[in-house]
Write a protein that binds this ligand. Sequence first.
Ligand code: NAD
Length: 271
Amino acid sequence: MAAPPNDVFKLGFVGAGNLAESITRGVIKSAVLPATSIRTTHRRAERRSLFASFGCRILETNAQVVEDSDVVIISVKPQIVKQVLTELKPFFTKDKLIVSIAAGIKMKDIKECAGKSRIIRVMPNTPSAVGQAASVFCMGETATKKDEERVAKLFGAVGKVWTAEEKYFDAITGLSGSGPAYIYLAIEALADGGVAAGLTRDLALGLASQTVLGAAAMVNQTGKHPGQLKDAVTSPAGTTIAGIRELEKGAFRASLINAVVAATDRCRELS
Ligand code: NAD
């Protein structure tokens, strides 16, 4: 059994949606916090019941969630973040840490509505639902070492965590924020290739997704450069180099590079 957490604080979610659910599940599973330390609210009964079934406290209003929390994760959709923060401004006292995960909402915009509270901005991604998120955070000016440790632990419960300056957040959105979709496309296409070559759809899809997972684990766990790993599996005049030749003809690498840059540019336009 996991050891009891040694820094128990009150965590509130404003916006009990998908991301809030993933983080809550991860935080409870990895015993970063007991469920009773987590509180939220939602206008829909089924969302309230879900969070209650985890053991979380369900309150009536966002204001109560903020009042009763040390760390408040702002997890509503980006379009309504400013409106929600403005409504909650009177409750953002200096003892609170606001953690915004809203894509494209800048620290300076959060600061305008954050009263005296400290701020940390985080960019997670959807594999948080299976404990494999890539999250990056940046610290507001008044955020403390303890705030940093708490956010690292919270997001560490749903995957890997990095820190970066805010100026990199558009590029992070273009790479890890949008990246899962690029890889879904790649998995689907690999499976289509398997089907075209005569495999059943089920087998092809299983092999494609496990191959992507395995290749990512090789890069992560061996610490080897992906080019080195690629060289190690391409024998002279063999099958793999024949496949790679086709990928290069189709500008596979340039397409991925351009996808990240295009998504970054789009994020800049929107924020
Ligand atoms: P979601 O739509 O699942 O969750 C938002 C929730 O907020 C919904 O349940 C909605 O009913 C609720 N809500 C709406 N208005 C509210 C209000 N006034 N007060 C309280 N709750 C309200 O969205 P999500 O995918 O969980 O995304 C949440 C945030 O996380 C977004 O800002 C998004 O940019 C950010 N984010 C999401 C991902 C992702 O992978 N989904 C990745 C990075 C960042």
